[in-house]
Design a protein around this ligand. Structure first.
Ligand SMILES: Nc1nc2c(ncn2[C@@H]2O[C@H](COP(=O)(O)OP(=O)(O)OP(=O)(O)O)[C@@H](O)[C@H]2O)c(=O)[nH]1
Ligand SMILES: [K+]
Ligand SMILES: [Mg+2]
Length: 368
């Protein structure tokens, strides 16, 4: 039996099994088994490689990368060409785009890289078409645009999510607040600071046993976590990426139909061909990327608002700011003065290299 067939068999069994107290151990086992088979499929040694591949490795530019994922002919290339000015062939024929086409656009002074990708099909994660290469690229993006055709948005949305999830991508989700600390002895000790509503002790034990973990401290600090979340924590190779659902071709539907679509969370309806509502999409993209712009203030001069230094959240200390200008600057710095949201007072705060900056802060570096 191939890995794909084994996966199918387990999925079928899970669908047949009612979730209740008596079956939770068994279901926990199945979930862990499934995750292990999926890992075989997505790791480069198991079943044909999930990595880059010809034409898929593109140089990364800009401060953040946005990848376009969707079924064929939903309008990914049309959108990419119009957003960036870089031509990517578009036509009514499916699979027009066969490789990664990169472009850039500037949003609020920040250069953002956009990757137009080939269309994927159902079963892509299991090796159909170029889907695995496409999804492997998506795994490395800071934001994914899931581009949907408004004429069939909901069915396609679910299918694409399943493909991405099967490849270890978690959309619009934070890593689950669960820790599993292995020990040499003492068995399994489970502590929870919140009530366990969607997972029980049996399920936890089944998952651990499937991973041959017989001694461990498990701490659950988040309400509503499931056996799948526990599996994710143990597998450890998951990526948590924000996604925006781009509902394209709204020029083809009525206002009433459009009203219904607005209810999909994290979605923006647009028409890439008619350039309708694309500005809202760009704003949503900016907001979701959650970047930090920092303006430099030379001594005795006004800040330079035309060219911000753009940093990513989590990598936005004064040290990061210095390093993104020149690697020598941090060494030469005596102290920095910061004005803006991260500063304690409006007249400016004297700070060191580990001070964390906020969007639109102004920084002056005083040299030794
Ligand atoms: N009505 C309408 N048609 C659109 C819109 N955007 C794109 N199209 C049409 O949809 C078809 C597919 O567009 P592409 O940009 O090639 O789609 P794609 O998703 O890149 O397709 P693949 O590369 O084959 O996966 C073309 O005929 C476009 O003109 C839109 O906003 N409205
Ligand atoms: K096409
Ligand atoms: Mg295309």
């Amino acid at each position: 039996m191939t890995t794909v067939q084994k996966i199918k068999e387990i999925e079928d069994e899970m669908n047949r099994t009612q979730k209740n107290k008596a079956t939770s151990y068994h279901l926990g086992q199945l979930k862990a088994k499934l995750a292990k088979l999926r890992r075989e499929l997505i790791s480069p040694t198991g079943g044909g490689g999930g990595g880059g591949g010809l034409g898929f490795d593109v140089a990364r530019t800009g401060i953040a990368t946005v990848g376009f994922v969707g079924f064929p002919s939903v309008g990914k290339s049309t959108l990419m060409s119009k957003l960036t000015g870089t031509h990517s062939e578009a036509s009514e024929i499916d699979f027009t785009t066969l490789t990664t086409v990169p472009g850039t656009l500037k949003v609020h002074g920040a250069p953002i890289q956009v990757l137009d990708l080939p269309g994927i099909i159902e079963g892509a994660k299991d090796g159909r078409g170029r889907g695995r290469q496409v999804i492997a690229v998506a795994r490395t993006c800071h934001l994914i645009f899931i581009v949907l055709d408004v004429l069939k948005p909901l069915g396609d949305k679910k299918l694409i999510e399943t493909e991405l999830e099967g490849f270890g991508i978690r959309l619009n989700k934070k890593p689950p607040n669960i820790t599993v600390r292995k020990k040499d002895k003492g068995g399994i000790a489970i502590t929870n600071t919140v009530p366990l509503t969607n997972i029980d002790q049996d399920e936890i034990k089944a998952v651990l046993s499937e991973y041959k973990i017989s001694n461990a401290d498990v701490a659950i600090r988040q309400a509503g976590v499931t056996a799948d979340d526990l599996v994710d924590v143990i597998e450890g190779n998951r990526v948590y990426i924000p996604a925006i659902y781009v509902l394209n071709k709204i020029d083809a539907i009525s206002i009433e139909e459009l009203d219904l679509l607005y209810k999909i969370p994290m979605s923006v309806p647009i028409s890439s061909r008619e350039w309708m509502n694309v500005d809202e999409l760009i704003e949503k993209m900016w907001e979701t990327l959650n970047l930090v712009r920092v303006y430099t203030k030379p001594r005795g001069l006004a800040p330079d608002y035309s060219a911000p230094v753009v940093l990513r959240r989590g990598k936005c200390s004064v040290d990061d700011f210095c390093n993104s200008i020149h690697k020598e600057i941090a060494k030469q710095m005596k102290y920095a003065v910061v004005w803006g949201a991260s500063a304690k007072h409006t007249r400016g705060q004297k700070v060191g290299l580990d001070h964390i900056l906020e969007d639109e802060d102004v920084v002056h570096i005083a040299k030794k």
